[in-house]
Design a protein around this ligand. Structure first.
Ligand code: C5P
Length: 315
């Protein structure tokens, strides 16, 4: 096997996230709308060398079996029925998406690895198999095989592509601290339990509100109140984004990042400048449609990949 490819792994935000209850497997039943944004990590896969090796530009990201990219490679290799150890590939991850921020960075990298390696290994992966491997890696991973605007049900891993939202200018702001997903769901449960002793808690079987649309009032994230209670700085930045003219502002996924939606690029840039302080980093970016994300997936490839069968295009 030969070849090399550099691909972009785009981040996501959640244009709404409702928790509908706990499942028998301990996960939470979700109703969420994922949206690809132009913020991306870049991953290079080069077949060859002496072993499967990883390098990452952030030294707080593990570069062994703990990394989702490594686990994605191992799961794909196993699914191909090639029982031997992983073949020699050099993987370089250039991180831009902050970890533990609710932007899906690790999951995006894992999905990019599945798509890139399936191609480099000339793997014939049966329909649906890549999605199943992705769902086993993590609840967010299947979305990144699809991209654009998509509804996530179940654990967030049952993906239904939606019509792309009209282009939105987005400011993504993240603090110097991260939030772990399991911790955020734990806080959600703790708050629900304490509310039940006072007033009645929300009925998890109630019909969720309509999903977010460009003309709807705002984005609701059920994980936001419990996370903001533990990290009030997140609430402060949400207020600053609204004061800077955001049509809507919310936490992304389980945090710690927040985002604001702006009517134009100039206002988004001004808002980013206003919220970049006290250790927060803010970036003005925009949403990408499924087509745009697929077209920007491959940065360069050797040998060149035919456009008609480029990865990232599921349908
Ligand atoms: O699937 P993933 O590894 O990303 O999930 C991390 C943790 O987040 C899970 O172990 C679980 O505690 C929590 N989670 C959840 N319900 C979901 C997704 C994640 O409770 N739908």
């Amino acid at each position: 096997m030969t070849g090399a490819v550099t691909v972009r792994a785009f981040a996501k935000i959640n244009l709404g996230l409702r928790v509908r209850g706990i499942r028998p497997d301990g996960y939470h039943e979700l109703h969420t709308v994922f949206q690809t944004v132009a913020l991306s990590d870049t991953l290079t896969f080069r077949v060859g060398g002496t072993a499967f090796r990883m390098h990452c530009t952030r030294d707080d990201v593990p570069v062994d079996e703990r990394n989702l990219v490594w686990r994605a490679a191992a799961a794909l290799w196993g699914a191909l029925g090639r029982a031997s150890a992983l073949p020699p590939v050099s993987v370089v991850i250039r991180k831009t998406i902050p970890p533990r921020a609710g932007l899906g960075g690790g999951s995006a990298d894992a999905a990019a690895a599945l798509l890139a390696l399936a191609r480099l290994w000339r793997a014939r992966v049966p329909a649906g198999a890549l999605e199943r491997i992705a769902a086993d890696l993590g609840a967010d991973v299947p979305f990144f095989l699809c991209g654009g605007t998509a509804l996530g049900l179940g654990r967030g891993d049952e993906i239904y592509p939606l019509a792309d939202t009209p282009p939105l200018h987005v400011v993504i702001a993240y603090p110097p601290f991260g939030v772990s997903t399991s911790e955020a769901f734990g806080w959600y449960e703790a708050d629900r339990a304490s509310q039940r002793t006072g007033r009645a808690g929300r009925n998890p079987t109630e019909r969720p509100p309509a999903i977010w649309r460009p003309d709807s009032a705002g984005v609701t994230n059920d994980l936001e109140p419990p996370v903001v209670r533990r990290h009030p700085a997140i609430g402060d930045v949400l207020r600053r984004l609204r004061a800077a003219g955001a049509a809507s502002a919310a936490m992304s996924g389980s945090g710690s990042a927040v985002f604001g939606l702006f009517p134009d690029a100039a206002r988004a840039r001004q808002a980013a400048a206003r919220v970049s302080r006290h250790g927060w980093v803010a970036r003005a970016t925009r949403t990408l449609t499924r087509e745009q994300a697929a077209a920007r997936f491959v940065v360069r490839a050797r040998p060149p990949w035919p456009a008609a069968s480029r990865p990232g295009r599921r349908r």
